[in-house]
Design a protein around this ligand. Structure first.
Ligand SMILES: Nc1nc2c(ncn2[C@@H]2O[C@H](COP(=O)(O)OP(=O)(O)OP(=O)(O)O)[C@@H](O)[C@H]2O)c(=O)[nH]1
Ligand SMILES: [Mg+2]
Length: 432
């Protein structure tokens, strides 16, 4: 942890400006060299000629010194804003190596921030999610974690558990007269409330995950009904092959869309029919698999189809080829023509409404990820065990609540095993 580290914090490839970050215990000497001045001001933007050891100009840049502890990592940090050319960046790296600095590992800046108490693990999780965010909802969700909203909830839970555990232990050691009235009842009520809160947070995990990984929408139906044509319309380009030969699509074709800020994975699939063709059969198996995993299925029919089952909660029935249909239309159904584009806007509106109903009804205050989900399940289990324990035996009760508090501690990284911390930092890119 004593090395001076550096990394390119801005994106790779040619760009107007590149941001190179340096972090270490004492960077004042390096900074004096960079700006060619003895006195340095923290958090002040210096415009300077950056010269190498032989006095040759590397680039003109902005240099900022963040004196410890008021920096991202809590150590001394220098930010160099250079021109974003590969040759400039390489030369600056070489220059920094001359000071004994080395290239940072993945997530190493955040790791230092964590060990210097600048961020806890939910905040690091939030940062990782923010860097991955492609849609507005993902951005908002990640930002909530990153700015510490989640940590506050976890901290409050942990504090309550430690309190409950301490009081339950006291029941064993003190006379009832020395303890608050109805203490046993109060402890159980409070534990029940915590259990409910955690259970409801766990219940929203699916939604949180859907926002992060995308909402899966599958186009399914018989062959030749126009699934691939609809897919191309929704994506806005000819991604999937369209032909009048039944069984054209065999593999799953996918595209990502942004619908009202939600990330959508749209999947076109092989038409379902009896087939002896080995490859087509594999394709149809894939269709069934995708239908099972879908958040929403668009069941496509041609508009002259007669016998059709009602739509399930996570389904929309779409009648395509409305341009060919002279018969009367059923009310409450959506008729479109992928050929002329008729009704496509209405279909998009309907899909957006569905997304809002499915996701909106269970949006959570807490952004749970795979790591925190597992730990929270353990919290729930031990709180449950405490509540199911013999009510006269507060020994076991206290112990179960203490274990629950420890699991919350792991979520926050207060009780952090090295593996947990490493798994968290590895999701970050270089320069963070
Ligand atoms: N008239 C008309 N023809 C359409 C419409 N949509 C698709 N088609 C035609 O129907 C045929 C089948 O379209 P696809 O989009 O390939 O159908 P699919 O459901 O993907 O078919 P498979 O991949 O074989 O399952 C093509 O000849 C399309 O041009 C429509 O709205 N109106
Ligand atoms: Mg197709």
């Amino acid at each position: 942890m004593n090395d001076t580290i550096f990394a390119l914090s801005s994106g790779h490839g040619k760009s107007g400006v590149a941001v190179i970050r340096i972090s270490g215990n004492d960077l004042s000497k390096i900074f004096q060299q960079i700006i060619g001045k003895k006195t340095i001001k923290s958090r002040y933007a210096y415009f300077t000629n950056l010269n190498d050891k032989n006095g040759e100009l590397i680039d003109q840049c902005i240099a900022i010194y963040f004196q410890s502890p008021n920096s991202f990592t809590g150590e001394d940090v220098i930010e160099l804003h250079t021109h974003g050319a590969t040759a400039v960046i390489e030369s600056v790296f070489e220059y920094l190596r001359g000071f004994g600095a080395r290239m940072a590992e993945r997530g190493e800046f955040s790791k230092r921030a964590f060990y210097n108490n600048k961020m806890d693990l939910p905040e690091v999780d939030g940062l990782a999610a923010l860097l991955d965010a492609r849609t507005d909802k993902q951005r908002a969700q990640a930002l909530k974690s990153m700015t510490g909203d989640d940590s506050k909830i976890y901290e409050s839970w942990r504090k309550q558990m430690i309190e409950i555990s301490a009081y339950s232990a006291a029941i064993l050691d003190y006379d009832t007269d020395d303890l608050p009235k109805d203490i046993e009842k109060t402890l159980i009520t409070r534990t029940k409330k915590l259990y409910e809160e955690i259970n409801s947070a766990l219940g929203c995990y699916g939604t949180v995950r859907t926002i992060r990984n995308g909402f899966n929408i599958v186009l399914a139906g018989d062959t030749n009904v126009g699934k691939s044509s609809i897919f191309n319309r929704l994506v806005g380009s000819s991604r999937a092959i369209v032909s009048d030969i039944p069984g054209t699509t065999r593999d799953v074709v996918s595209a990502q869309l942004d619908m009202d800020g939600y990330l959508v994975n749209l999947l076109d699939t092989a038409g379902i029919r009896e087939s002896n063709d080995i490859i087509e059969k594999i394709g149809i198996e894939k269709t069934h698999y995708e239908i099972k995993n879908a958040d929403l299925v668009l069941r496509v029919y041609t508009s002259d189809s007669e016998k059709i089952n009602n739509a399930g909660i996570n389904e929309i029935i779409v009648f395509n080829k409305s341009d060919l249909n002279n018969k009367s239309k059923k009310s409450g159904c959506i008729y479109i023509s992928a050929l002329t584009g008729d009704g496509i806007e209405d279909l998009i509106k309907l899909i957006k409404n569905k997304i809002h109903t499915i996701i909106g009804s269970s949006e959570s205050d807490l952004i749970i990820n795979e790591r925190t989900y597992e730990l929270l399940l353990n919290v729930k289990k031990h709180l449950g065990d405490a509540l199911n324990s013999d009510e006269t035996n507060f020994d076991i009760f206290a112990e179960q609540i203490r274990i629950s508090a420890d699991f919350i501690g792991k979520i926050l990284g207060v009780i952090s095993t090295t593996e947990v911390a490493n798994a968290t930092f590895n999701q970050l890119c270089l320069g963070k």
